[in-house]
Ligand binder design. Sequence first.
Ligand code: SF4
Ligand code: SF4
Length: 188
Amino acid sequence: MITIKKTRTSRALKDAVEQLSGVDLSICFQCKKCSSGCPVAKLAKSRPSEIMRQLHLGAGDELLASDLVWMCASCETCSARCPMGIDVAAVMDALRRLALERGAPKPEGDVPLFNRAFLKTVETFGRSYEIGMIAAYKLGTGKLMNDTEKFPAMLKKGKIALLPPRGSDRKTVKRIFRKVKASKGTKA
Ligand code: SF4
Ligand code: SF4
């Protein structure tokens, strides 16, 4: 059973998520198809359908500390499976944005660091560059040797490339990042 404690941030959170994601939270009828397809739902303390329900019922900013918000892999399976066409992945994205903006407690682990490393490589190279991202992530965690045994196999199978990606429009991507930072008042 989901228990919701109404707080002064309840209404504001629902409105903010709807505005950022473009999703009408009220059309979710709790079929749970999003949860049954979610690859990380079994590992997290809450499931996508529960997050949807909690938002709809008026959960406040405490929802921003849910581990699923940061464990979500943005695979969009939930959005593809929803019979109502609800973009659940966009809701998760909106929650992550709001969690950062409102300084919600970070989950255990290094997921926010991973997200920052990913965005930094996209900003620098114009698209994802796995080795750059892995290096930034490992330096941030200090766990330099974790999982390195998988590296040769991934390299051999072409899953990761040694050189940065070519052909991306770096100038345009950098301009997008500058605009977003300017709109948020953060440093370029
Ligand atoms: S699949 Fe869609 S309608 Fe069903 S619970 Fe998830 S968000 Fe709600
Ligand atoms: S986008 Fe996130 S919440 Fe949706 S199915 Fe994928 S991991 Fe789960």
